[in-house]
Design a protein around this ligand. Structure first.
Ligand code: SF4
Ligand code: SF4
Length: 411
């Protein structure tokens, strides 16, 4: 995509304003898609130079793509934003810690695992984290956002994996599992539900040791960091003879499908990426296509589904999770208003701009409350943690659950 051409498509009609969650709570034009495109065009044509306001405009975007759906020429403002973030780092340099995270730590599963173990020790002493708050990257927003993160379990999913479902691994249909970092390190029970669904559904599951999918780097504008992770993952999965690569993380599945575009200009990887991306399936589309039934006990509660942006807008997967939930005995699925409105956790906005992300979350939680659901279900770890935080903050009597947990009958 040529970004200059993309921003030139914006005719400043303003249809996107009502769709943008950030504009809806700030009311500031430079934080609307139209304003972001205007600033990007001005920067690209050298009519402007970067200022604090410009930076804020281009870094306070959820990457939710609601604007793209509302826009007649379908200006891809989320891609414009990513490209401008990348330009910013090219001009002013990327913070060393961020660069280390995206280019050294996240691509390397062994280093990442060791770092998470260290972090879990640090986290137990939350006061130590707070004492370190003079460090520029441990800002006030980040410290408050620590409450969003679940306590780290004693054992990661990877540590529990050897021997798991051994009997069921002898099945003929073969799939690979891409276990997102959030499930591996922080929420292994959700990963176990997913693996259990695949195993009992008749699939032999392979799980090679891999790193992060690369989306966090891409969303932050470190395009080379994202490519490093993509290349490493392609190498890791290339010799696996499987019919699909399945993940329960909507963000991972959307980005793994994007490898074919990300590496399309690299002769050594373009073919591999094309083949890999064509086999990636989000768990909801995979289970839906596999037509499995779920052996779970009667559910007996009213539930509603929140559409993660990376599932709904990036992959156009809307009906599949709902159809799967309708198969759960006793589950009464109701639709909430604006089920596809971003929860405020997109692109890690809750870590960098806590107050803004909470204002966006409030609208979501009000709609959840109006639905009268007792259980709120979603299928992206970022949304899951943000919604759990919203339920806790608002004191609402609602349980937040992950799609595969419900399908597997956990709890
Ligand atoms: S981004 Fe699209 S909807 Fe928004 S002002 Fe530009 S053309 Fe109109
Ligand atoms: S991607 Fe989402 S947050 Fe960003 S400009 Fe578009 S609607 Fe607004």
């Amino acid at each position: 995509m040529v970004i200059k051409d993309e921003v030139a498509k914006c005719n400043r009609c303003g249809f996107c304003l009502a769709a943008c969650p950030v504009y809806q709570v700030t009311g500031i034009e430079t934080k609307a898609p139209r304003g972001r495109n205007f600033l990007a065009r001005s920067l690209l044509h050298k009519n402007f130079t970067w200022s604090e306001e410009t930076k804020e405009s281009l870094f306070q975007c959820l990457g939710c793509r609601a604007c793209v759906e509302a826009c007649f020429p379908a200006v891809e403002t989320d891609e414009v934003v990513v490209s401008m973030r990348s330009d910013y780092f090219r001009e002013f340099g990327e913070p060393w810690l961020q660069r280390y995270l995206f280019r050294r730590l996240l691509p390397d599963p062994k280093k990442l695992s060791a770092a998470v173990k260290q972090a879990s020790l640090l986290r137990r002493g939350a006061s130590l984290m707070r004492a370190l708050s003079f460090l520029p990257w441990l800002n006030r927003d980040f410290l408050r956002a620590l409450d969003l993160l679940p306590p780290l379990p004693g054992q990661s999913l990877r540590e529990q994996w050897p021997g798991l479902f051994e009997e069921k691994r002898k099945k003929e249909r073969r799939v690979a599992y891409f276990g997102g970092c959030a499930f591996n390190f922080a929420m292994p029970n959700i990963g176990l539900s997913t693996l259990g669904l695949l195993a009992t559904g008749g699939f032999r599951v392979f799980w090679p040791e891999h790193g992060c999918c690369g989306l966090p780097a891409y969303g932050h504008g470190d395009l080379e960091g994202a490519k490093i992770m993509a290349r490493k993952n392609l190498e890791t999965f290339k010799n696996l003879d499987v019919e699909a690569v399945v993940t329960e993380c909507a963000s991972c599945s959307s980005f793994l499908k994007k490898y074919s575009i990300l590496l399309s200009q690299e002769p050594g990887f373009a073919g591999l990426a094309q083949n890999f991306s064509s086999r990636v399936k989000d768990i909801s589309e995979f289970l839906f296509l596999s037509d499995l039934s779920f052996q779970r006990t009667e559910f007996g509660e009213i539930a509603t589904f929140h559409d993660p942006c990376h599932l709904n807008r990036f992959q156009k997967i809307r009906s599949q999770p709902r159809e799967l939930l309708k198969k759960v005995p006793g589950l009464n699925l109701v639709e909430m208003v604006e089920a596809d409105w971003c929860c405020g956790g997109g692109a890690g906005l809750n870590l960098s701009n806590y107050d803004l992300a909470m204002k966006i979350l409030q609208r979501k939680m009000e709609n959840v409350q109006k639905s009268k659901a007792q259980v709120l279900i979603t299928s992206c770890p970022g949304c899951y943690l943000q919604l759990k935080h919203g339920a806790k903050k608002s004191g609402m009597a609602i349980e937040v659950r992950y799609l595969t947990e419900i399908l597997a009958g956990k709890g």
